[in-house]
Design a protein around this ligand. Structure first.
Ligand code: IPD
Ligand code: CA
Ligand code: CA
Length: 290
């Protein structure tokens, strides 16, 4: 795909000076910039892992943030803001959060799977998604140590490490697949997750929404279900439709991009199966399409 000049594209967008520049070109300019920044951030993390991590607790002793979470967030926000100063951010480690439904907004989880980063130095992801007035533009899920970068979705084609990527969703079968999800949801059979797991080949718990969503979108998991914040689900939400997947909000509500919501990422052709299980499931059950 042709590379655009970020700065000239940016000046057109900011000044609204070129009616001729299509929305797609504006999105493409941001995509090229963001892809370079995501890769740069990944290289930075790999290099820094040789040094001791600085770890702090947030709400409790298992809710961690490290110097690398903050540094990655900084690399991405500074790099984007230099070129697109009017864009705003909904990012996990920021105090003030943008409204995803208003303007050009980036939803960012700098390190998803911070506890894995601390305990394993692997199985974590960088996630970034771009929205224009709430419309999906494109997204990235980057398994840094596994070196898998899934990009695009929204208005752009999906690629994996720069190569065209086609979803395997249509080939996925319940009884030949593995299920990943929140361990409390599995224990309580919330939204029928344990019922779904019983129909499957078994359960996996990876400790990172990003790594789990990536495996679903690669056809390696049947579903991933959890109570998630916007920065946990935004990138997968943007990538899902082009690859034959759908997001289900398990209480039948719209995604608010604010606070935690129970979500399932499921193959589109199995949507009715999931809706039936979710409706019939544990105490919180009720579901609808979003
Ligand atoms: C967490 C991970 C975890 C999920 C939590 C998330 P973080 O993200 O994705 O797997 O169960 O709900 O908060 O805090 O490591 O970015
Ligand atoms: Ca995080
Ligand atoms: Ca997260």
């Amino acid at each position: 795909m042709e590379k655009l000049n970020w700065r000239s594209a940016a000046s057109n967008i900011e000044g609204h000076s070129s009616a001729s520049q299509s929305l797609k070109e504006q999105v493409q300019a941001r995509f090229e910039l963001a892809q370079d920044l995501v890769r740069e951030a990944g290289e930075f993390v790999k290099k820094e892992l040789a040094q001791p991590l600085e770890v702090a607790c947030k709400s409790d002793r298992t809710d961690l943030v490290t110097n690398l979470d903050l540094a990655v967030q900084d690399i991405l926000i500074k790099g984007i803001s230099q070129v697109f100063p009017e864009d705003t951010f909904l990012a996990e480690e920021l105090a003030e959060q943008a409204d995803v439904f208003s303007g050009a907004v980036w939803v960012l989880d700098p390190i998803d799977g911070t506890n894995n980063l601390v305990a394993q130095q692997e199985n974590f992801a960088i996630m970034l998604a771009f929205f224009n007035h709430g419309q999906p533009g494109f997204a990235f899920i980057y398994d840094v140590m596994g070196q898998i970068l899934l990009s695009g979705g929204g208005v752009l084609p999906v690629t994996c490490n720069g190569q065209p990527f086609e979803g395997q969703a249509a080939c996925v079968r319940v009884n030949q697949s593995l299920v990943a999800g929140n361990s409390a949801m599995l224990r309580d059979n919330a939204f029928g997750l344990a019922d779904i797991a019983r129909d499957s080949l078994g359960v996996r718990v990876y400790g990172s929404a990003g790594i789990s969503f990536l495996k679903v979108l690669q056809g390696k998991l049947l579903t991933y279900a959890s109570y998630l914040q916007p920065w946990d689900y935004a990138a997968a939400y943007v990538l899902a439709p082009a690859l034959g997947y759908r997001f289900l909000e398990a209480q039948g509500q719209a995604l608010r991009f604010e606070g935690k919501q129970p979500v399932f990422l499921v193959p589109q052709h199995l949507e009715d199966y999931f809706l039936e299980k979710i409706r019939g499931g544990g105490r919180d059950a009720f579901s609808g399409r979003i």
